[in-house]
Structure formats: structure tokens, C-alpha cells
Design a protein around this ligand. Structure first.
Ligand code: PMP
Length: 449
């Protein structure tokens, strides 16, 4: 190890040599990680960063939580195999029953399907299942939605730039507008805007002359993540649930990012009190290791043997870290803590917004918070508009990084700075975030009023 270069720069140069040009987030952050603990990351030059990304929400309990590490140790000492295909084990049995107990109605009407290591895997399986159940093929998805980078998941992702590299997506995917608190796509805003979007969805499905064929599935995030932290209004979600039920359309809720206490409820759809037909779970469900699972209403479990298989569906380490994580989230009532903290943090950010009008909008639920950065003219005229460009938010992200703060961007042109820290982050650590964020604003040349 001593012969390895010990500066961020040399590691990055070597990475550029080893890896292809493709980068996902965090986009080109100039550091090589030496170690991490809790909400802190230390780079190879011994600089510390407050991690407000937490593996894109994967590390619900932060880095290297002692009990999560201990659960890996317990797999090692118990002699369980690392890899089981989809054979069962006592650990898988316990994980399954615990996870089911967290689903609506204690999971009595649901069964689980382990799909593979990633969120995209689970989305693929959900889409296939919906087609099988309904005998139909179309899917309705929403602008700004993100479901992954595999072919089917990308096809239902409402963001064109990753599609530009690919010729031709899955056919029969239609996109509908998703409610946006700040930039109502109908240019109406407020409750009236939500109502109009609700009617719009309902009419397109009900009206045989709308040109929209009855789909197999509607897929959505109850709080869009990559799309710029957009919580769906409860009444909109409830209406979608009702209409999909009436038409026998599978409602797939993608909880990959918003699930597991992130938004102040165990699942984000709980804010609307609805029950999906298929729940897509990944990220936090594996406690930091790769795991993806579907929750399927039993009546729609239409698979027959051989219809959907895959090699990595029995990762015992991920089930151990996942089980420990789920138990801590549930038993220590982390969702309640997160809900309170989210409101507190939004209040603090609203104070900052008064002094820095480039903060156009602060939104989100729990510890899934978006800060939309705007140009001066946008602050008064944003309904139905797209943000002008992401230059300032990119500069702010860079200044945050220099101040020792890692956060992600999302939404149109990357104009939304996104917070997805460990759910165990303390208010004192959030104060550190606020200080660093303010210094980044000043460092970017933003003048307070
Ligand atoms: N769905 C949502 C809501 C996501 O946020 C993501 C990842 N950001 C995915 C699906 C895809 O997950 P993965 O990257 O593990 O394929």
C-alpha cells in the first residue's frame, strides 16, 4: 500500500486511466476516500468532509455503524455462505419476515421477491410483472422521475440526457406531468395546480379518445429524488391509486431512495395513506450493501417458475446489514426523529433564504431536502418555467466541497442542491452543514441582502 500515490490528484489520474469516461454521481468530486465514519468522510490527504449524500441515501445509518459492522461479523462467525442463489437460510428467513412486517398492514397481503443487487434490477422485475399480470404492455411514468439506468428502467426515467446515448427505448412509455411545488408544470401552482394535474391524469386514463392506451403499470416516486426532491401531494397520489385500481393498472411505487424513514415515514407513500400493488426497495434495505427486493400484493404474484431469475439474490452480508439497519430504524423510531429534524432544517434554510434570494425554494420531507437555486428574475416568475441554467448551483456545489461538504445536485439543469445525509445525523452536525453552506454561498460571490 505504501507504494500507492497518497494524494487525491494522483489517485484521480489513475482512476481516469483505469475507468471509462462514464461517471455517475457524485460527479467528479475530486477526492479519493481513505476512510469514513458516521457522517464524516476522510480523504487520502486527511481532509474531512461532512457527507450529506450518504451513498445517495443508501447508508441510512451513516458510514460504518458499529452494529452494522457487527452484523457482518456475525455472518462470518455463524458459517453462513456468502452466496446462496435463492436458497433460503435462517438469516434470510428472519430478514424476510422483518421486512414484510414493515409493509402496509404488517405485510399480510404482500410477498417479497428478491431481484438482484440494484434498484434498477428491481424496477425491471416490477415492469415485467405488471405486464404479466395485466396482459398489457404500456407504462405511464412521470416527468422528472428516476428509476435507474438499465434499459427498461431508463425507458421509464423522465430525463432525456442519459437517453441521448441510446437509440430507441422500450416502446409504449408515456410521460405525464408530475406536481411541482415551485414550478407547477401547468403554470397554475398551489392547490389549483394539483387539482388540474389530478384531473388531467384521470381524464387521460378514462377518455378513450385521449390517445393514451390503458397501461400495464403506473410507476412513480412518492418523493422524486434525482428529479430535484419533489414530494407528491397526498390528494394527487390518492387519486392515482383510485384510478389505477378502477382500471386494473398496477401501481408501482419506487421507494428506492425515499423509502426506509428517509422522509419521516417508513415509506414515502405512507404520507398519502395508500397501498401500492408493487413496492420497489433497494439502497437502505441492504444497509449499505447491494440488495433489491420487491414487495408484491399476493394477488398479483403471477410469476411461474423460471419467469424471473438472477444470480445475486441471496447476499447474506447484505441481509445481515439490512436486517440490523431495519431494526434500528424501526425500534429506535428514527422516522419520527427525522420528521422533526426535517421541519427544523427547512426552517433554518428558510431563514437563510431571506438573506440569500438565490435560494428560490426549499422543499422536501424529513432528511430528503432540496434547495432550488435561481437567478434573480426567476424568483418572481417561476410557475411553468424551467430553471435557466445550473451554473450557480454547480459553483455552489464546488464551493461546498471546498468548505468540506459533500452534497448532490438534481432536478432540471441540476439547479437543486440535495441533502440525503445519514438518518442519524445530529442537529449539531446539521448546524455544521448550515455554516458550511453559508460560507459556500459567500465564497461563490453571492451577496446577502
Ligand atoms: N429508483 C430511484 C428512485 C433511485 O433514486 C435510484 C438510484 N438513484 C434507482 C431507482 C436506481 O437504483 P440503482 O442505482 O441501484 O440501480
Amino acid at each position: 500500500a505504501n507504494s500507492l500515490p497518497q494524494s487525491n490528484e494522483t489517485f484521480l489520474a489513475r482512476q481516469a486511466e483505469f475507468e471509462s469516461n462514464v461517471r455517475s454521481y457524485p460527479r467528479k468530486l475530486p477526492l479519493a476516500i481513505a476512510k469514513a465514519q458516521g457522517v464524516w468522510i476522510t480523504d487520502v490527504e486527511n481532509k474531512q468532509y461532512l457527507d450529506c449524500l450518504a451513498g445517495a441515501g443508501t447508508l441510512a445509518l451513516g458510514h460504518n455503524h458499529p452494529e452494522v459492522l457487527q452484523s457482518i461479523q456475525s455472518v462470518i462467525t455463524s458459517g453462513l455462505p456468502l452466496h446462496t442463489l435463492d436458497l433460503t437460510t435462517p438469516l434470510k428467513d428472519e430478514f424476510s419476515s422483518y421486512l414484510l412486517s414493515l409493509l402496509p398492514g404488517q405485510g399480510k397481503e404482500y410477498c417479497l421477491q428478491f431481484t438482484g443487487p440494484s434498484g434498477a434490477d428491481a424496477v425491471e422485475a416490477a415492469l415485467k410483472l405488471a405486464k404479466k399480470v395485466t396482459g398489457r404492455s404500456g407504462v405511464i411514468s412521470f416527468s422528472g422521475g428516476y428509476h435507474g439506468m438499465t434499459h427498461g428502467a431508463l425507458s421509464v426515467t423522465g430525463n432525456l440526457s442519459p437517453k441521448e446515448a441510446v437509440n430507441g427505448m422500450m416502446p409504449e412509455v408515456q410521460f405525464m406531468p408530475y406536481p411541482h411545488q415551485y414550478r407547477c408544470p401547468l403554470g397554475i401552482g398551489g392547490e389549483a395546480g394539483v387539482k388540474a394535474l389530478t384531473y388531467y391524469f384521470e381524464n387521460l386514463i378514462n377518455d378513450v379518445e385521449s390517445g393514451v392506451r390503458k397501461p400495464a403499470a403506473v410507476i412513480l416516486e412518492a418523493v422524486q429524488g434525482e428529479g430535484g426532491v419533489n414530494p407528491a401531494p397526498a390528494e394527487w397520489l390518492q387519486r392515482i391509486r383510485k384510478v389505477t385500481q378502477e382500471h386494473g393498472i398496477m401501481l408501482i411505487l419506487d421507494e428506492v431512495q425515499a423509502g426506509f424513514a428517509r422522509t419521516g415515514k417508513l415509506f414515502a407513500f405512507e404520507h398519502a395513506g395508500i397501498e401500492p400493488d408493487i413496492i420497489v426497495m433497494s439502497k437502505a434495505v441492504g444497509g449499505g450493501l447491494p440488495l433489491a427486493v420487491l414487495g408484491i400484493k399476493k394477488q398479483f404474484d403471477a410469476w411461474a417458475p423460471g419467469h424471473h431469475t438472477g444470480t445475486f439474490r441471496g447476499n447474506q452480508l447484505a441481509m445481515a446489514t439490512g436486517l440490523t439497519t431495519l431494526k434500528i430504524l424501526k425500534e429506535e423510531r428514527i422516522a419520527d426523529k427525522v420528521a422533526i429534524q426535517g421541519e427544523w432544517l427547512k426552517g433554518k434554510l428558510a431563514e437563510l433564504q431571506k438573506r440569500f434570494p438565490v435560494i428560490g425554494h426549499v422543499r422536501g420531507l424529513g432528511l430528503m431536502i432540496g434547495i432550488e437555486i435561481v437567478k434573480p428574475n426567476e424568483a418572481k416568475d417561476h410557475l411553468g418555467c424551467y430553471p435557466a441554467d445550473g451554473e450557480l448551483s454547480a459553483l455552489l456545489q464546488k464551493k461546498c466541497f471546498e468548505a468540506g461538504l459533500i452534497l448532490e445536485r438534481g432536478g432540471r439543469n441540476g439547479c437543486v442542491l440535495r441533502l440525503l445525509p445519514s438518518l442519524l445525523i445530529t442537529n449539531a452536525e446539521l448546524e455544521v452543514f448550515l455554516d458550511k453552506f453559508e460560507s459556500a454561498l459567500l465564497g461563490a460571490g453571492v451577496k446577502p441582502v
